[in-house]
Design a protein around this ligand. Sequence first.
Ligand SMILES: Nc1ncnc2c1ncn2[C@@H]1O[C@H](COP(=O)(O)OP(=O)(O)O)[C@@H](O)[C@H]1O
Ligand SMILES: O=C(CO)[C@@H](O)[C@H](O)COP(=O)(O)O
Length: 459
Amino acid sequence: MTLVAGVDSSTQSCKVVVADAETGEITRVGQAPHPDGTEADPAAWLAALDEALHAAGGLDDVAALGVAGQQHGMVCLSGDGEVVRPALLWNDTRSAGAADDLVAELGGPGKWAEAVGSVPVASFTVTKLRWLASHEPEAAARTASVCLPHDYLTWKLTGAFTTDRGDASGTGYWSPADDGYRTDLLELAMGRAPALPRVLAPAEPAGRTASGVLVSAGTGDNMGAALGLGIRPGDVVVSLGTSGTVFTVAERSCADPSGEVAGFADATGRFLPLVCTLNAARVLDAATRLLGVDHEELSRLALSAPPGADGLTLVPYLEGERTPNRPDATGAVHGLRLDNATPAHLARAAIEGMLCGLADGLESLLRQGVRADRVLLIGGAARSDAVRRIAPTVFGRPVLVPPAGEYVAEGAAVQAAWALSETPEPPRWERPGLTTYEADPYPALRERYAEARDRVLDR
Ligand SMILES: Nc1ncnc2c1ncn2[C@@H]1O[C@H](COP(=O)(O)OP(=O)(O)O)[C@@H](O)[C@H]1O
Ligand SMILES: O=C(CO)[C@@H](O)[C@H](O)COP(=O)(O)O
């Protein structure tokens, strides 16, 4: 049996799966935590990768490996390959002002959508580089090259400085439509253009590890999930990890001047229109802390309250928000009355509020002409029974849940198997069935959320 490994170096942890390259059967898994915070020393990702690989039984019998990682993180390297400062992550909002400035300087949101498929907000690497140039000019001057979290890990594994279309499309200085860097935009951000990783073709390997394991191009985590699930146009994925994302694969590139939908590329040569919120699984983590319960009890409580939580509405902007672009917003609870002031109502409002943000995202995606024949729910918070049961009431359509798994890491493993096989299309691994969750839509909930979502205080 030929084995391949896939890595998901995500916000909260590093996950590894080892699978049979032919059937996709998972034979081993490993996981290790990442440090908390919105900036991180890339050495911590390497240490977590090492620990997770060890927990997954190591690479001695593995033929190929792929690394998917959290998108957008700014990793600045000096001329001798040292990390210049801790990486700013996708959920760090300090560059929100820089994003506004860059949008204005290029002539407005439409110009950015046209140039790189997305309108940059604080998450995008290009805005972090502008922030660096303005606030830490010495660090900016020492920056000889810039890459993303998965590029950094692939470089450390192989010595090759590479990236892929998917992750490059989240920088704000690579165009999915034209398949090339826009170094002029990097110059706009920093006043000059540091060296950038070479963009590999989807099945092109980056190189080999010191012990000879083939390393595939790697990609961003959402592109990894799309590959792991084997989605096709018409399949919309809602991922409830640290971030909430709603995305699909498309044959044509997307350019939304409203900035709600990011026109990313995928890991197969196609495109990945995506909406991202900053607030997903950790809203539920916060609710468990507020209520002094664990996730199982939160789920039980939420299901014991009625749809709409009798008017209790939670706006989940606990980390500010990206879609809508409210980097300084805070969360809020509205509609509190004596009769709905119960743990069950609050538990339900937290889940409903988190899902309303994603349901708005689905609508933005549909406005781009995307089809949603099926909606699939994945990510850490999709382990919650209440989330799975409440999702169809909020989305107003059935929701399909694949068996709990690490689909980003599985996608990275698919890519590794693809790099080994050199076939025109990635391998398609059969996966056990999806569970369908259906429930009556409850539109009043979305209407109330729409009223509440702009009535929040800024930090
Ligand atoms: N049963 C559950 N119910 C709700 N949230 C959960 C559950 N299990 C895990 N989570 C949450 O899911 C998140 C981790 O999800 P994951 O998709 O691995 O995130 P990421 O890939 O962004 O690091 C954590 O915030 C964790 O607390
Ligand atoms: O910024 C985005 C997508 O544009 C996020 O989805 C990050 O890629 C982080 O993902 P998770 O760690 O939440 O999976």
